[in-house]
Design a protein around this ligand. Structure first.
Ligand SMILES: [Zn+2]
Length: 142
C-alpha cells in the first residue's frame, strides 16, 4: 500500500479515489448523491433558490462546474443552470427508473451531479438540473 499522494488543485488529471476514501471525505448525503447517483428531495437542498453570485464547484474534487450567472429559477426544487463551465461536465444516457435521461457528471472525478433536460431557457435551451449535495458554492468576493 502506498501513501496517498496530495492532489494539486490545478492538476487536470482525473481524480480517482476508493469508495472508502469518498465516504470519509463527504457527508452521508453528499456521498449518497455524488458517488452513488442519488437524488436529494426537491426543495430540500442547500442551493435550490440561492441567488448569491459565485462559482459552484464539485463537492468531491473542487473543480468549478457552474457559474451563478447561468443559474435560473426553474421552479423544480433543484439548482438549475442553462450552461456548465466549458468542458467541465460529462453527459451520458441514463436508463434508470424506467426513464431515458441524460446524466451529468463531473468530468474530473466522475461525481454524479444531476440530469440535463432540453426544456431550459435561451440561449442554450438546456436545463441542467443539479443536486445541491454535489455542489459547493464559492461566493464571489466583493
Ligand atoms: Zn468532481
Amino acid at each position: 500500500m502506498s501513501e496517498e499522494e496530495p492532489v494539486s488543485p490545478d492538476e487536470v488529471t482525473k481524480v480517482e479515489k476508493s469508495d472508502d476514501e469518498w465516504r470519509k471525505e463527504l457527508t452521508p448525503e453528499q456521498y449518497r448523491v455524488a458517488r452513488k447517483g442519488g437524488t436529494e428531495p426537491a426543495f430540500t437542498g442547500k442551493y435550490w433558490d440561492t441567488t448569491t453570485p459565485g462559482t459552484y464547484r464539485c463537492v468531491c474534487c473542487g473543480e468549478p462546474l457552474f457559474e451563478s450567472g447561468t443559474k435560473f429559477d426553474a421552479g423544480c426544487g433543484w439548482p438549475s443552470f442553462w450552461k456548465p463551465i466549458d468542458e467541465k461536465v460529462a453527459e451520458r444516457e441514463d436508463r434508470s427508473l424506467g426513464m431515458v435521461r441524460d446524466e451529468v457528471t463531473c468530468r474530473r472525478c466522475g461525481a454524479h451531479l444531476g440530469h440535463v433536460f432540453d426544456d431550459g431557457p435561451n440561449p442554450t435551451g438546456l436545463r441542467y438540473c443539479i443536486n445541491s449535495a454535489s455542489l459547493d458554492l464559492e461566493e464571489k468576493k466583493r
